[in-house]
Design a protein around this ligand. Structure first.
Ligand SMILES: C[S@@+](CC[C@H](N)C(=O)[O-])C[C@H]1O[C@@H](n2cnc3c(N)ncnc32)[C@H](O)[C@@H]1O
Length: 416
């Protein structure tokens, strides 16, 4: 493999790479930091760029640290553990601004102060890969498994469950993935087993009762063509004084340490007559939004999430939100021509689907809140909104995913 010697690293770019230049090409270097000089081993060469991995740090940055996790650089889960946490925040702010500028041609002058909490133990949801009874994560850019005894990103309770899960896996050979959801409010787990062949229900029931702790209140078995649950398929969490039921198949924001502040930062102080929300999930933002709104109409394309959201409105005595199962494009069309005071968006990484941003412009809601977990699609969609007459009132980075390259952001827009 080709080694690029003495590469000066210019900056950190989205994906967690250190960016360098050589032979007229860009080099995206794993585990390299700005102002460092590194030797890097190329693992892919394209017409315009190299992908490479740091082999030796010739001149280290003053903000480099020894990664606290023993699996770091082997496991693909984290990309930034070699960077001091305060610097991770600064780097993510820069990467967010850079991405908006590069893709959206958007200049942000005053980024709000970022939201962050503890850098470890924040994930209440984890998806472990399984290979012949071994449990862990995939290696970086590979599908080979690295077995882990302990993951620093997940809630400590999830790590405590791992020995029991490993024992369970020794008894069922067909499991490909184990998903765990932990409720820090109820101190209980939901476990989902993704299997090649569906193991018999009686066997799973027996294993649940004999091997797993009582805190595992439900197991979902997802085999080819057959799905069943033993025990409960849902748990409850609390955020911003609301109680939410969350089913195993519904989306839930993974960083429980930021739930309250995340909601508070996304909401606006003003009151609204009519709010349209397109990616509502279990109502995580919808219920708090309902407090200052006359009426919220909320949509999601996941039936399980909508059922949870309807239930959540009831248990929180919220009567001014209607939850609907529909994809966002159809939802926007349904409300074409209506007066909407606030449009609330929180799409998946792919951002708004083709044409949705333009459809929004036909409606021209007075304000838009865009919660995004992918800066590149945020930049693309914001560009359309800005060209359509909106201005960005505020932008804030939310570090929902410390030690990884992922970046969450909240943008507040208003008609200019
Ligand atoms: C990032 S999650 C946010 C959910 C919710 N706002 C929350 O904070 O829990 C994105 C949500 O968008 C939903 N979704 C994905 N594609 C969609 C589409 N085309 N139309 C409507 N909802 C969609 C997913 O089911 C998921 O619940």
């Amino acid at each position: 493999m080709k080694t690029l010697k003495n590469l000066p690293v210019k900056k950190l770019v989205y994906g967690g790479y250190g960016l360098a230049h050589v032979e007229g090409k860009s080099v995206f270097v794993d585990y390299a930091l700005p102002s460092e000089v590194v030797d890097a081993e190329v693992y892919r060469e394209n017409k315009d760029y190299f992908l490479a991995r740091t082999k030796r740090v010739v001149l280290p940055s003053s903000v480099r640290r020894d990664a606290p996790c023993p699996y770091y650089q082997e496991c693909g889960g984290c990309q930034l553990q070699h960077l001091d946490y305060a610097e991770q925040i600064r780097a993510k702010e820069d990467m967010l601004l850079d991405t908006l500028k590069r893709i959206g041609k958007i200049e942000i002058k005053n980024l709000e102060s970022s939201l962050y909490a503890e850098e470890f133990g924040y994930r209440i949801r984890a998806q472990f890969k399984v290979d012949r009874g071994r449990l862990g994560f995939f290696k970086r850019k590979s599908h080979s498994l690295i077995q882990v005894e302990n993951c620093l990103l997940v809630h400590p309770a999830i790590n405590q469950l791992l020995p029991a899960l490993r024992e369970l896996l020794r008894k069922i050979q067909t499991v490909k993935e184990v998903h765990v959801l932990y409720s820090p409010n109820e101190d209980e787990f939901l476990v989902k087993l993704l299997c090649d062949n569906t193991p018999p229900r009686d066997k799973i029931r027996k294993l649940k009762n004999t091997i797993l702790p009582k805190k595992v209140v439900g197991i979902g078995v997802y085999g080819e063509g057959e799905v069943y649950h033993i025990g409960r398929n849902f748990s409850f969490i609390e955020a911003s004084s609301y109680r939410y039921r969350v089913c195993m198949d519904s989306f839930l924001q993974i960083n429980y340490l930021l739930w309250d502040r995340f909601i508070a930062s996304a909401l606006l102080k003003a009151s609204f007559n009519k709010v349209l929300e397109l990616h509502c999930g279990v109502g995580f933002f919808s219920l708090p939004l309902s407090k200052n709104s006359k009426f919220v109409v909320a949509y999601d394309s996941n039936r399980s999430a909508i059922k949870d959201a309807e239930y959540n409105a009831k248990i929180n005595c919220v009567e001014n939100v209607s939850f609907n199962y529909e994809i966002s494009t159809e939802a926007i069309k349904r409300h074409a021509g209506e007066v909407i005071d606030l449009l609330f968006l929180d799409p998946p990484r792919s951002g708004l689907s083709g044409g949705e941003a333009k459809l929004v412009l036909k409606n021209k809601p007075n304000r838009i809140v865009y919660v995004s977990c992918e800066p590149t699609t945020l930049a693309r969609d914001l560009k359309v909104f800005l060209e359509g007459g909106y201005k960005i009132e505020s932008l804030r980075m939310v570090d929902n995913f410390p030690n990884t390259y992922h970046i969450e952001a909240i943008a507040h827009l208003v008609l200019d």
